[in-house]
Design a protein around this ligand. Structure first.
Ligand code: B12
Length: 237
């Protein structure tokens, strides 16, 4: 006779058990459980910022490590990121009202003009959110004007551009030149990514960093903003 699977009732777990369970659930991409767990912690008086950093971000950090090490693959990471977003959905309105949003930094990200690939960009965006960045996603097919507008509006610490085609990747250089001409390059970091890119290309167009994959991109972004929590971040250049 087979042993029936044990059903875990999240409400019955103490805080430590619940946090561990939620991190497992993030890893397994279980959005309903993560959302419910978030609700329970908030109901027990947890600070929203603490739930974000100690539970969701930490859970996503483990996912990022296993993705980098080839243990998890793209579909699984997307599910984990989606599960985390379930919890984020409850926290965002609370955090938006409070003064103590512990943001790692602001990050504007978009795929360049002529290019409609967005899976990698979305993944990087989600992982950045998981690491505590405030991410403004411009979607696909962005020309210089679109990036400029977003920089003006959001005042990001980092601009990230994605390109998957050899025909569209040179456009990143065009954007960077324009930022330089307007004196904006001094005020923010620029990261680039996409399958056909490499470090040499990134250096050649004067980007601050090339993100080979989502995990590397998050680490690099954190390093670029100096790893400082809050708004007092390292100067760009
Ligand atoms: C899925 C896909 C599509 C989908 C895109 C769906 C979507 N919503 O994105 C569709 C079917 C629409 C598509 C269309 C086309 N595609 Co396509 N596509 C792919 C494919 C198979 C996978 C790309 C992908 O999502 N990879 C998975 C993600 C997770 O990886 P990634 O994008 O590299 O992102 C990671 C890193 O690069 C980095 N990263 C990515 N962006 C960023 C940004 C920043 C800021 C940072 C820091 C890091 C970072 O982190 C990510 C996560 O780890 C690739 C083949 C391949 N193996 O790359 C071809 C590929 C990119 N496509 C190709 C082509 C030619 C096309 C088309 C022109 C086909 C056609 N004739 O119509 C069109 C282009 C249309 C256009 N104008 O953009 C070629 C490009 C060849 C080249 N040298 O330029 C490829 C390489 C296939 C091939 N071998 O021929 N494509």
């Amino acid at each position: 006779m087979s042993v029936p699977e044990e059903t875990i009732v999240l409400e019955d777990l103490n805080d430590t058990e619940l946090v561990a369970q939620m991190q497992d659930d993030i890893y397994d991409g279980l959005i309903e459980e993560v959302t419910q767990g978030t609700q329970i912690l908030l109901g027990r008086g947890w600070d929203a910022n603490l739930v974000l950093t100690e539970v969701l971000v930490e859970g996503m950090r483990v996912v990022g490590v296993d993705f980098r090490d080839g243990i998890l693959f793209v579909p699984e990471v997307l599910l984990s990121a989606n599960a985390m977003k379930g919890g984020m959905g409850l926290l965002r309105p609370i955090l938006a009202q409070s003064d103590n949003i512990s943001s790692t930094g602001k990050y504007v990200i978009g795929t360049v003009k002529g290019d409609i690939h967005d899976i990698g960009k979305n993944l990087v965006g989600m992982m950045l959110e998981g690491a505590g960045f405030e991410v403004f996603d411009l979607g696909i097919n962005n020309g210089v004007e679109s990036y400029l507008e977003a920089i003006d509006k959001h005042q990001p610490h980092i601009l990230g551009m994605s390109a998957l085609l050899t025909t569209t990747m040179p456009y990143m250089g065009v954007v960077i030149e324009e930022l330089d001409k307007r004196g904006i390059l001094k005020e923010l970091h620029v990261m680039v990514g996409g399958a056909p890119l490499n470090q040499e290309f990134s250096d050649a167009i004067n980007a601050d960093g090339y993100g080979r994959d989502a995990a590397v991109s998050v680490e690099l972004a954190k390093a670029l903003v100096g790893g400082i929590q809050g708004r007092a971040l390292a100067p760009a250049r």
